[in-house]
Design a protein around this ligand. Sequence first.
Ligand code: MLT
Ligand code: MN
Ligand code: ZN
Length: 302
Amino acid sequence: MHVRCLGTAAGGGYPQWNCACDSCASARVCGRSARQVGFAVSGDRVHWWLLNVSVDVVQQLNYCPELAPGPGVRDTPVVGVLLTDAELDHVGGLLELRQTGQLTIAGATPVLDLVERDLHLGTTLEAYCSVRWVRLPEGKPVPLDDRLTVTAVPVGHKRPRYVRTAPREDQHAACVTALLLHDQRSCTDVLYAPTLPAWSRVFAAVAADADAVFVDGTFWHESEIAKTRAAVSGRRRANTMGHLPMTGTGGSLERLAQLKAPVKAYVHLNNTNPTWEAASVESRALAGNGVIVATEGMAWHF
Ligand code: MLT
Ligand code: MN
Ligand code: ZN
């Protein structure tokens, strides 16, 4: 299995276009930047699945040589999109892919329901290309090709802020999932969880056996977003936003440190996270626990 990081910033990117916090200001001065989070995964290095698609997807595809079009004039190695959830920064790029002939979009049923019914992306996209929806049952592997399978692991039920309607069926439907990619030939497992509200028992069991774990790194600390203007009006904290912070009681860093996986990496970093700064004390704490921040261009082969 081949895994490529296409970007690692949470919604808004890094630096965030309207943010003058210390971290974004220092990024502008030092020329640091990151596109919004996205990954690509392949069993044969020819056909690639995108793990979520941000609005940065076109630049990400153009930047990555393995994802360049061909051999036919309108052929693309991108065979489809696998969605962990329906947050805007994870699905915003679906509209950017409308030039394709056929688009396969796979995700757990509650995730696809949000994309189709609440965002109306189904009817909009289907006016431009043929869309194949693949509904992933919770906890059951579904073949992607003759080598890879994907399993949707339920991790949360917080609905995106754009949802205005009352929950239709089950208000505890898992509209936040992690995706477990399994390579049947090399027998390797890659766990992708860019939105992780809690380190649940179900998630812990899957993570314990994985060879690579890519986890929600939105916040270093529960209340770090309180330092920005957004929080003054909204009183938003990591917990209410559905992101387990790296530190604090039960934080993700101590959990990751205990895993045997050779690859442990954070993705979906918010612009306020001090681990953007490689020389920070916080970044040294990650390194000390064998954890990295995934950055655009990084590749892993299992
Ligand atoms: C999140 O990661 O919590 C969302 O992307 C936040 C948002 O809606 O901007
Ligand atoms: Mn997000
Ligand atoms: Zn900022």
